[in-house]
Write a new protein. Structure first.
Length: 251
């Protein structure tokens, strides 16, 4: 039976780019997304590379998440890889944050926590596997130009979860790692930048990165793919800075 991968938030950006790499390995990919149009589009584009299944799920609806978790064993009996890639980003000053802003970010972590728990039970039954979470540079470094206290708090929590799961799940032959990107050109910025202007707008952050350019989804996906596979079989509990050198220093 083919190995299966679950990508939570795989319709666009880093999750979709990771799905493509896994499909090229012959892995069956299950993509979770909220937007039906994005799910259909991703399925069409990725199907040329292999077998893709899409599931519509709103991570803010914990009742729906619970039902999904109860059905996951049926949907993914051969699960081997998990990627928590869903995200939302809309900078807002701390003194202006409202409860809804806070919940938007932290509901993702609640969903990740329990989806990963359900997936972890399947991985354990299957003899092991690997999990990669997409964290963020903002969890490690505050940037005044993009005030993101609730977002960064949630991502820092995801980094911590990564390390705790690495310790707890190692005995089940499950590796857990995370990537911590800086500015990457993906649709996530559409919450506050018009989609057709994201590419142009983010070019203003090129010099923020010592390497001299913003990231691309494939830059992150290549590392996620490496961390998922046996090429990194001695790596667990790591939070890798895939950030063009930002955490090393500033230009």
């Amino acid at each position: 039976m083919s190995k299966q991968a679950l990508i939570v938030g795989g319709t666009t950006g880093m999750g979709k780019a990771t799905a493509e790499l896994l499909l090229q390995d012959g892995v069956e990919v299950i993509i979770i997304g909220r937007n039906e149009n994005n799910l259909a589009s991703a399925a069409r584009e990725l199907a040329v590379h292999g077998k893709v299944k899409t599931i519509a799920l709103d991570l803010n609806d914990f009742g729906a998440v619970t039902l999904f978790n109860q059905e996951l064993k049926t949907e993914a009996p051969n699960l081997k890889y998990v990627v928590n890639a869903a995200g939302y980003f809309s900078p807002r000053p701390f003194l202006e944050h409202e409860e809804g802003d806070y919940d938007t970010y932290h509901n993702f972590n609640k969903a990740f926590f329990f989806i990963t728990q359900a997936a972890g039970k399947i991985l354990t039954a299957n003899g092991g596997g690997s999990i990669v979470n997409i964290g963020s540079m903002w969890a490690k470094q505050a940037i005044k130009a993009t005030p993101s206290s609730a977002y960064s708090m949630a991502k820092a929590g995801l980094h911590a979860l990564t390390q705790h799961l690495a310790m707890e799940l190692a005995e089940h032959n499950i590796r857990v790692n995370a990537v911590s990107p800086a500015v990457v050109v993906t649709p996530i910025y559409g919450a506050f930048i018009e989609q057709d202007k994201i590419e142009e707008t983010l070019q203003g952050f090129n010099d923020f990165h010592p390497i001299g350019r913003v990231g691309r989804a494939t830059d992150i996906a290549n590392t996620i793919h490496f961390l998922l596979t046996d090429q990194s079989s001695w790596v667990t509990g790591a939070i890798w800075d895939i950030d063009g050198g930002v955490m090393a220093g500033r230009n």
